[in-house]
Design a protein around this ligand. Structure first.
Ligand code: NAD
Length: 331
């Protein structure tokens, strides 16, 4: 029997990779996918070109806050993988309204619709894609899933709110909600406002790159292939009401990351401009992935050096994908 999966935010960076994977040669084969995406500045129909003609693919342009539309769609689907969100921390510092609306209200609208349309035949698995940023900042060690949430940016606070609301629908209503909290993703099709694609595209154009503060902020980098691998394990074998951290195992300071990107793009430190630190900038993120490793057999497969080299090569070869985006967003 074919499983109908509604993927929200499926025209974005990670959502589109999940959809391409689900409908690609290595996918499960027994799924039909509907993407629901508002196509904000971050949503790009071109990300779905590879699956547009697949018989199991449908695209719906719409807002996850539209209760009538979401209700109609969920009446016809078995599962939801919920990526749709405002996702850029810097934008949330400039204005948090869209973040609260989409990330919090949009998630609750989806949860309500899932609850209305679940049945014995269709238990309605709801995979909520959260982030490691909900935990706050950690100087040493790594967060297990049981750590309290202490988000700092408006983005992280809105994600933490949606994460907790999602879990409350499991505890209160018994809805089959599964939450993933992953670290910083990198890879192809990444909107060029985020640090890795921003630095690559600037350097390929011979422009300077802005490094925040002292460059000492540390992130754990996760290739999108490994993130999608983790999401698939949670979707197919995870337990209802559980949270799963997903990490890549490559912790780097922004300065270390910059050095690698300079080398990969044939530039030097003259191309780096130190800029005032981001307000409230979290110093370090680090998730403990023992649970998903032990319970679901997750292991990141992508080596960072190779993954980064492939990512740089992709941006070199796909200017037609990113040039219109940098021009439109005035990056
Ligand atoms: P993205 O910004 O590339 O894509 C977001 C997508 O959501 C876009 O296609 C956009 O059009 C769509 N969208 C936004 N508002 C919408 C609305 N109201 N209704 C319908 N669609 C809407 O984001 P991403 O980097 O692919 O992240 C996907 C998810 O993963 C997000 O929930 C994010 O919080 C989470 N996450 C991302 C990272 C990362 O490193 N990128 C890390 C951890 C968690």
């Amino acid at each position: 029997m074919t499983t109908g999966i509604l993927v929200t935010g499926g025209a974005g960076f990670i959502g589109s990779h999940h959809v391409r994977t689900l409908l690609g040669p290595a996918g499960p084969g027994d799924v039909a996918v509907t993407v629901l995406d508002k196509l904000t500045y971050a949503g790009n129909p071109a990300n779905l070109d590879g699956v547009r003609d697949h018989p199991g693919f449908t695209f719906v342009k719409g807002d996850i806050c539209d209760a009538a539309l979401v209700g109609e769609l969920l009446a016809e689907h078995d599962q939801i993988v919920h990526f749709a969100a405002e996702s850029h921390v810097d934008r949330s510092i400039l204005g948090a309204g869209d973040f609260v609306r989409t990330n919090v209200l949009g998630t609750q609208t989806l949860l309500d619709a899932a609850l209305r349309h679940r049945s014995r035949r269709r238990p309605m698995t709801f995979v909520h894609i959260s982030t490691d940023e909900v935990y706050g900042s950690i100087d040493s060690g790594s967060w297990p899933e049981t750590d309290p949430l202490r988000p700092n940016s408006p983005y992280a606070a809105a994600k933490a709110s949606s994460d907790l609301i999602a879990l409350s629908y499991h505890r209160t209503h018994g809805l089959d909600v599964r939450v993933t909290r992953c670290s910083n993703n990198y890879g192809h099709h990444h909107f060029p406002e985020k640090v890795i694609p921003l630095f690559i595209t600037n350097l390929l154009d011979g422009r300077k790159v802005p490094l925040y503060g002292d460059g000492g902020n540390v992130r754990d980098w996760l290739h999108i292939d490994d993130h999608v691998q983790g999401i698939e394990l949670v979707r197919t074998r995870g337990r209802a009401g559980e949270v799963y951290n997903i990490g890549g195992g490559t912790e780097l300071s922004n300065k270390e990351l910059t050095a690698l990107l300079l080398e990969a793009c044939g530039a030097d430190w003259d191309s780096v401009e130190y800029v005032a630190d981001r307000k409230g900038h979290d110093r370090r993120y680090s998730v403990n992935c023992t649970k998903i490793r032990a319970e679901l057999g997750y292991a990141p497969r992508r080596d960072f050096a190779t993954g980064l080299a492939e990512t740089v090569a992709w941006y070199r070869e796909n200017r037609s994908w990113w040039e219109p985006l940098t021009e439109r967003a005035a990056l």
